[in-house]
Design a protein around this ligand. Structure first.
Ligand code: NAD
Length: 301
């Protein structure tokens, strides 16, 4: 079944990610339904999508006519059954909970178009396990988007044990149609992105702990030497060291010794220095802006 822009898309979960995903499909010409059980979340999401579209017009990225056509293509609803009926692609992006995701898929699957794809935006749950809720597990696949969706180009497509070729081909085609670059990865802990990013952040912390270089110099090395837009310590501050530590614990448990969390991360989390969101991580932040001096002294590490 070749994909067409007349295909109906249903995005379930109007949070941070669902908002960005629904915007991407509506702006790319697809009739898009965005579903959430919470009417306030839906209204907030609709306003955010309107803001993204209108700021696109102001910055000359899209024409006024395209922006209003995209707004018309988007329907926000609290009714899953009505929205899922006849849809060709369902993307679930509700909260990270296996039972919840499976419940939604079970409810929606019988209503979808024949051969429809069911995609999950899970960050860490097993796509294979989510697919056990399906009558046709070969049609379930992971579409892992990145935040903020309207700026981040990548979609990691995740194959479960049963995912078939047609589902993969069509998922790639949908990703292309919304202007994303997709990569394909077999289900595995941390996929490619979280696994690589956790490894780099951990290694950078070991370097800091060993006194090999200052925090600023480690970050500058990666920015200037490898053209990374951010250094690994700045990125850890942005992601949050508490989140980083829980990912590292999981990767250590599943993939082994090379992911053992650096003791300095454990110490920072114990001290409540989670990063930018609390104003203090490796660096200090004032009014959301980085204060250059990291304030970490060798004697404290
Ligand atoms: N936040 C990120 O950076 C990120 C990145 C990639 C993937 N993810 C994954 O995307 C998913 C969503 O993450 P998020 O950050 O957008 O979460 P979020 O908390 O912002 O949004 C989740 C939404 O799901 C809705 N919801 C919960 N139960 C529902 C139900 N029964 N029916 C309909 N809607 C329901 C909630 O009302 C909420 O609006 C998670 O699986 C997460 O792991 C998140």
């Amino acid at each position: 079944m070749p994909i067409k822009t007349s295909h109906k898309i249903v995005v379930v979960g109007a949070g941070l990610m669902g908002t960005g995903i629904a915007h991407a499909f509506a702006a790319s010409g697809f009739p898009t339904a965005l579903v959430d059980m919470n009417a306030d979340a839906l209204e907030k999401s609709r306003l955010n999508i309107t803001n993204i579209l209108e700021s696109g017009v102001q910055r000359g990225k899209i024409a006024e006519a395209e922006s209003s056509a995209a707004k018309k293509r988007l329907v926000c609803s609290t009714e899953l059954e009505k929205s899922a009926t006849g849809a060709h692609l369902l993307i679930e992006t509700v909260s990270e909970n296996l039972d919840l995701k499976q419940r939604i898929i079970k409810q929606a699957e019988p209503l979808l178009a024949p051969d429809a794809i069911i995609a999950t935006n899970t960050s860490a749950l097993s796509v294979t396990e989510i697919a056990t809720a399906c009558k046709s597990p070969e049609r379930l696949i992971g579409m892992h988007f990145f935040n903020p969706v309207h700026k981040m180009k990548l979609v990691e497509i995740v194959l479960g044990l049963a995912t078939d070729e047609m589902t993969l081909d069509n998922t790639r085609a949908y990703s292309d149609a919304i202007g994303k670059t997709s990569i394909v990865v077999s289900e595995s802990p941390g996929l490619t992105t979280s696994r690589m990013s956790a490894m780099m952040g951990n290694e950078a912390m070991y370097m800091l702990q060993e006194g090999i270089a200052s925090a600023e110099d480690i970050d500058t090395a990666l920015r200037m030497g490898f053209n990374h837009p951010m250094g690994p310590l700045e990125l850890g501050d942005l992601t949050g060291w508490d989140t980083r530590l829980s990912v590292l614990h999981y990767l250590h448990k599943t993939l082994g010794e090379k992911f053992r969390p650096c003791p300095l991360i454990i110490k920072m989390v114990a001290a409540g220095r989670f990063g930018r969101k609390v104003g203090h991580g490796v660096y200090k932040y004032e009014d959301g802006k980085k204060v250059q001096n990291s304030g970490l002294k060798a004697s404290n590490i």
